[in-house]
Write a protein that binds this ligand. Sequence first.
Ligand SMILES: C[S@@+](CC[C@H](N)C(=O)[O-])C[C@H]1O[C@@H](n2cnc3c(N)ncnc32)[C@H](O)[C@@H]1O
Ligand SMILES: [Zn+2]
Length: 275
Amino acid sequence: MLSKRALCIQNMQENEHIFACPICSQHVRVGNEGSVVCTSKHSFDIAKQGYINFITKPVQSMYSKELFEARHDIISSGLYDELQTRLAELAVGTHLLDTGCGEGSHLARIAAKKSSAIGVGIDIAKEGIVAAAKFHPGFIWCVGDLAKSPYHEESFDAIFNILSPANYDEFRRLLKPEGKVIKVVPHEGYLKELRQQVFANSEKESYSNEQTVVRFQESFSNVEVERLTYTKQLPQELVPKLLAMTPMGWHIEKKSEIVLTEITVDVMILTGRSE
Ligand SMILES: C[S@@+](CC[C@H](N)C(=O)[O-])C[C@H]1O[C@@H](n2cnc3c(N)ncnc32)[C@H](O)[C@@H]1O
Ligand SMILES: [Zn+2]
């Protein structure tokens, strides 16, 4: 069986044409031994855990290994199954990029619903990508900054941006002409049972997506907006995981006093095309 590093090298070689140097935008070559070098000789490392690091200077992230492992447990419990099913229906083509992919479970579970998908995930947090490579070998996991993304223009059929910061100029550059951008933003009921306990009677309890939708409409064509809402039972043992997976949970002093029996997913899904 191939090691995780060898599998990553193989996947990158097969898809070498999508990679561009994040420093000089030139083409990169992926050698059999795992050297990744651009035409101007900038070089990047493929880690033994099976991911590639395109960031030359370390970046301080607010997200920890514990947060990503908690997200993994919550996503594995099936809380986002309905969302992933819808995202797989909306996706087109084979080359899928998840921007701000975190620990990779959304992309892995969406790709599993598509035939011959090639899944690429990028996140600036190394801890997220390390977790993604650990949980989901067989995808191309990249530590990288969306502002200097390591891909050539027109490389992807579908670009996901799930509960993460976006870079619309970059999404337009990376989309194939027929490609689709698919963005998920939390809506007013998202994790409301948790928010009601954390921010009871405070202004933080409600927010609006109006500005996000307007900016998205200004940036893409053929924009469609839909809302997906559902509530699921939350097994008791997952409550600490839910508190650990979102910055909201960090504000709670007496975590043991939080009682949650069900939890709501309420999101807006925005889709658009680059032209
Ligand atoms: C709230 S988390 C969501 C992670 C994942 N999409 C999920 O739903 O579980 C936001 C993610 O965006 C990533 N991120 C923030 N800025 C980024 C950037 N400039 N480039 C790449 N990723 C970024 C963070 O590191 C973090 O993993
Ligand atoms: Zn270069």
